[in-house]
Design a protein around this ligand. Structure first.
Ligand SMILES: O=C(O)CCC(=O)C(=O)O
Length: 272
């Protein structure tokens, strides 16, 4: 068994320093900002420099306030960026998962990106950060299911990097308010059991889907941009026995999102 797997098995997580090329992360981060920027221009009428962090993020907050629906949809669109998905399929990641014991890894859920900030939440709701939970409840895949989490900006306690409870992956599946995204563990958890992780761009956290973790508290005025990748192991016997369950539901809207669209004229113009 590799040292990495030993650590993964005993602590439930491994923090790998400088694992990813900064340029690869920067290009995903840049793509995300470019996608948001197109809608920022459309919704607010402002042209902002995506490399001016404070100005750009203030424009993100303005966009959020002005058109919540477009903001949510743009957030979803960002999750479909080629660069993000390319990373999720990188042989370096595949080999890391194998080293951690996932002998035959497969994607557990689509790659996800988060933009955590209290300025990107409605009516003071806590929806911008997640309470203590185990990802296995939302994935329900193999027992050795693993998650890779990393921020795209340097991140410590101040900007709310992830907090984890070492060894908690061996305490079983905890009761939770819901298996949905906002579900939180209902059994008592001591805040002092959490370890605050800290990252430089390039560092990644690999953890068991059973590890209890929660969002840190981003008290800064900046957005904590992060990525999350989830995997299952096709060889894990209970996953095979349960018929490879896929608990993530991905389905189309039942109604047209833009009524009476498109017109024949618009289509003719596209294909002219
Ligand atoms: O990024 C975060 O703060 C929380 C992410 C997380 O724990 C999750 O999506 O399962």
């Amino acid at each position: 068994m590799s040292t990495l797997q030993e650590q993964f098995n005993s602590d439930g997580y491994v923090l790998l320093r400088g694992f990813l090329d900064k340029e690869v992360i920067n290009s995903i981060y840049r793509d995300a900002r470019k996608i948001f920027n197109a809608q920022i221009k459309h919704v607010t009428g402002k042209s902002v420099d995506i490399d001016d962090r404070d100005a750009f993020e203030n424009a993100m907050f303005e966009f959020f306030e002005k058109d919540f629906n477009a903001f949510v949809n743009t957030g979803k669109t960002v999750q479909h960026a080629f660069s993000l998905h390319r990373l999720g399929l990188d042989p370096k990641i595949e080999n890391l998962l194998k080293e951690a014991g996932l002998s035959n890894p497969i994607i557990g859920a689509r790659a996800a990106m988060q933009f955590n900030s209290r300025f990107l939440s409605k009516d003071g709701s806590k929806h911008w950060k997640l309470d203590a939970h185990q990802d296995w409840r939302t994935g329900q895949g193999s027992l050795d299911s693993a998650v890779i989490w990393f921020p795209m900006v340097d991140a410590g306690a101040e900007i709310g990097a992830l907090q984890v409870i070492p060894g908690s992956h061996k305490t079983g599946l905890q009761q939770s308010t819901t298996s949905g995204y906002q579900g939180g563990i209902t059994s008592s958890i001591k805040e002092e059991d959490f370890i605050q992780t800290e990252f430089q761009v390039g560092d990644i956290l690999l953890f068991s889907a059973f590890l209890i973790h929660q969002s840190g508290n981003n008290v800064t005025n900046n957005i904590r941009w992060s990525v999350q990748l989830r995997y299952n192991n096709l060889d894990e016997p209970t996953f095979i026995d349960r018929g490879y369950p896929m608990a993530y539901i991905y389905k189309p809207e039942t109604e047209l999102v833009t009524p009476d669209f498109p017109t024949v004229a618009q289509l003719k113009e596209v294909f002219s």
